[in-house]
Design a protein around this ligand. Sequence first.
Ligand SMILES: C[S@@+](CC[C@H](N)C(=O)[O-])C[C@H]1O[C@@H](n2cnc3c(N)ncnc32)[C@H](O)[C@@H]1O
Length: 220
Amino acid sequence: MTEPEFLRTTRVFYDTVAVDYADHFRDAMDDRPLDRALLTAFAEQVRAAGDGPVADLGCGPGHVTAHLNALGVPAFGVDLSSRMVEVARRAYPGLRFDVGSISSLDLKDDSLAGVLAWYSIIHMPEERLPDVFAEFHRVLAPGGHLLVAFQVGDEPLHLARPWGHEVSLDFRRRRPDHVAGLLGQAGLAVRARLVREPEGPDTAPQAFLLARKPAGSAES
Ligand SMILES: C[S@@+](CC[C@H](N)C(=O)[O-])C[C@H]1O[C@@H](n2cnc3c(N)ncnc32)[C@H](O)[C@@H]1O
């Protein structure tokens, strides 16, 4: 099957910037206590629900995957960009990182205690989001937890020539209520939503949604 153009563009962008991105964002969460608090709450919920693995989908250079592992969660990463996966494997040789797309995951039904989508749905066209959330629902075990992070807004941010590289990409901003509605339609019950104001280099408020696949969920 031919790869959609948006996936090719996204992969080329992140393959090109992978090393600079990793250097720039490695310590990004050090001065973001609210973001860390949400990851800590997510990790605690996942551990309470059982001991299954957690997938960090769109893991980039793997620093958040490593953070989850440090919180006692057996997390692995998946990313569209093979360069990002290389960078992640080099930085965290003890952890698992796979190449793959959130739109079509090479993961078994009901196999995960948790899914983290930390700024990875931001490159998905609007019409693809229902399928992505259906994938999250499919791979989560009943009772499994989801944490999604994204920028808030109505217009995309067009990022051109990051770190001087000749690439550009749209970063889609969305409304939390809209994303929560789509998660609900996919069978994922939204349990918490937080919007924080921009901090440091942020260009928009940031949204975080916690959701759960119902424990008695039969459909996959
Ligand atoms: C803004 S970065 C976020 C990376 C990391 N989660 C972080 O917070 O630093 C977006 C990441 O999502 C990945 N990505 C974008 N679309 C994807 C897709 N369809 N499937 C898997 N990963 C994807 C990109 O390659 C990139 O590494």
